[in-house]
Write a protein that binds this ligand. Structure first.
Ligand code: ZN
Length: 247
């Protein structure tokens, strides 16, 4: 959503609240608000998998699936702040109904809920809560065939969206974040195979597809980077008149 506004889809009760304005009024200082995927993109571009690069897409794989695009060193938000809603790209016209009202969105097939439901079917319940994403990661690492099958399927579906992304934006790097991405090559292999079937070979050849370097710190580091970037661009945001005056 636009900076300061919450997604009406994810947080309908907050749709009229401008969080940025509320915090700025309350604390009387500049406040920056952004979504997790955009912040992950910013931090991986500055300090992680794409450091030094200018064109990168970060994909946060969690309950929701969102992408943040860095184009020419800046977060690209789109006209209404909705750029990067990769989770709602339809990948199966006969797929499950999505919260957004469409059918077969990527998130309905490989979001955390879909993954853990599939894990329950194939791996059985683990205690009362059933398999979690962490159980899936551990299963994959220890060679559980069902866990591997689920992650293979995930890579194949994700590749449909990432293939389109490569043809559309041709980013230098695609970074996968979120807990499930910690399985590394086990997800990257089927993903790359799926992308290879869909993206132009030239754009595929120019794009590296990797997992996050910053891991679970990516979003917080991105939030700090957002402030740093703004402060360096506009020195009037944080006046320095008090610096060096302390006793
Ligand atoms: Zn949807």
């Amino acid at each position: 959503a636009a900076p300061g506004k919450m997604s009406p889809l994810i947080l309908p009760a907050w749709k009229h609240v401008d969080v940025k304005e509320w915090f700025e009024t309350t604390f009387d200082m500049p406040v920056f608000v952004d979504n997790d995927a955009n912040l992950g993109a910013l931090s991986e571009c500055f300090w992680g998998a794409g450091s030094g690069g200018e064109d990168l897409t970060y994909i946060k794989l969690a309950t929701g699936i969102g992408a943040g695009h860095i184009i020419h060193g800046d977060v690209y938000r789109g006209a209404g702040g909705m750029a990067g809603e990769i989770g709602h790209i339809p990948v199966d016209s006969n797929g499950p109904l999505c919260v957004c009202g469409l059918r077969g969105c990527l998130v309905t097939l490989i979001g955390s809920t879909a993954l853990t439901e599939r894990a329950r079917e194939l791996m059985g319940t683990r205690g009362r809560k059933g398999p979690t994403v962490r159980d899936l990661v551990e299963g994959a690492r220890t060679g559980d065939a069902a866990a591997k099958q689920i992650i293979d399927g995930m890579g194949a579906y994700l590749g449909i969206a990432v293939g389109g992304l490569l043809n559309l934006l041709n980013p230098a790097i695609v970074v996968l974040g979120g807990e499930i991405s910690s399985v590394g090559e086990m997800l990257l292999d089927p993903l790359r195979a799926s992308v290879r079937q869909r993206a132009l070979s030239v754009s595929m050849a120019e794009t590296r597809i990797v997992t996050s370097v910053l891991g679970e710190r990516a979003i917080a580091v991105g939030a700090a980077t957002l402030v740093l970037q703004a402060a360096l661009r506009d020195r009037s945001l944080f006046p320095t008149q008090n610096v060096g005056r302390s006793a």
